[in-house]
Design a protein. Structure first.
Length: 73
């Protein structure tokens, strides 16, 4: 039996030059748009209407799940 032992637990790679992909906070689809009022990501016009109709506490919950540091104001 052959056993491989890894002595290096991390790969040293430079950061990516491509921007990170953004995903809709509502559907999980790749999002092209950000609502400037709530800072939530959305992919379609229907999602935009949903984002705008959400109460502030739900919007803050979505931002907290994503780990966004900005507070809705």
């Amino acid at each position: 039996m052959i056993q491989f032992i890894s002595r290096d637990s991390s790969i040293n790679a430079p950061p990516s030059f491509r921007p990170a992909k953004k995903y809709s906070d509502i559907s999980g689809l790749q999002a092209k748009y950000t609502d400037p009022q709530t800072k939530l990501y959305y992919a379609t016009a229907e999602e935009f209407a949903t984002v705008r109709s959400l109460p502030m506490d739900i919007t803050a919950g979505y931002l907290a799940l994503r780990g966004a540091s900005s507070i809705v104001g």
